[in-house]
Ligand binder design. Sequence first.
Ligand code: FMN
Length: 327
Amino acid sequence: MSKTSIKPINRVFSCAPMLDWTDRHYRYFARLMSKQALLYTEMVTTGAILHGKGDYLAYNEEEHPLALQLGGSNSIDLAKCAQIAAERGYDEINLNVGCPSDRVQNGRFGACLMAEPELVAECVDAMKQVVDIPVTVKTRIGIDDQDSYEFLTQFIDVVKDKGCDEFIIHARKAWLSGLSPKENREIPPLDYPKVYQLKKDYSDLHISINGGIKTIEEMQSHLQHLDGVMVGREAYSNPFIVSEVDAQLCGMEPRNLTRHQVAEMMLPYIEQHLKQGGRLNHVTRHIIGLFQGIPGSRGWRRHLSENAHKKEAGIEVITQALSFIDS
Ligand SMILES: Cc1cc2nc3c(=O)[nH]c(=O)nc-3n(C[C@H](O)[C@H](O)[C@H](O)COP(=O)(O)O)c2cc1C
């Protein structure tokens, strides 16, 4: 069994795993803006990896450091997938214990696993046995009526004992029935103090916070209490915020990138994608928020939405869209 060497990862800031959003194109784009951000794949189920027809683990080398998020609860399958992923060069394996969708619950994984800490621990253990890269868990602060601090700490106690390298806590609980996944990201209230308390009580554990974080100032404030911040929707809808991470959160020299430069840096990548038979809008859908809040951004968005899906659309659509932005 081949084991990969441990590469140190900066865990101060990460882009959250988001199905359909954080695919390899988004991750390439995010990486242009931050060298330090830890990027997560969308959740990939063990079934897809072990029995699916496509290559669900493909990524661009530039994306490192890159974590694969797995969905599953069969420890043997998870271990197989973790091993395959480590051999493919992933830098971390993360287990999804936060998704409340019906489909995921029917497969007995995601957020419903919070009620089965022993099973999660067994899964973490099985993965840690076969890989040398970190194995982490992304979870919520509770599920349904099981939302006490004790419920959360019981979960952490059992899972940490098997060597979970980091807990990423989405600071709201999930309702397993009655709410859609989208509502489950909005309706249950955020409880940041509960996550801060967890770090106080488990100072040896690496704990990152997730949920509702929108600005660099908010990130800096969370980092007074915690080891890391994970940002999802804001890093997608207003992606240029990722360009501030290295200097503002990781103490690196500012690169002073402009939005225009980032758009232009995407062009060779997009040309390559088109040459390989891909469509322009596979990539442009992820960069549409690049100019959010900037005069002309509506024109940029509209031009991309109206043209990038066309069969023959090439990178000229992007240069035309850029002309709408006031410089
Ligand atoms: C479109 C979308 C897809 C998501 N897919 C996943 C997923 O595959 N795995 C996961 O753990 N969380 C998933 N999430 C939840 C996010 O990772 C994150 O926990 C949540 O959006 C809260 O963080 P935010 O307020 O910074 O967006 C998804 C969220 C969105 C908006």
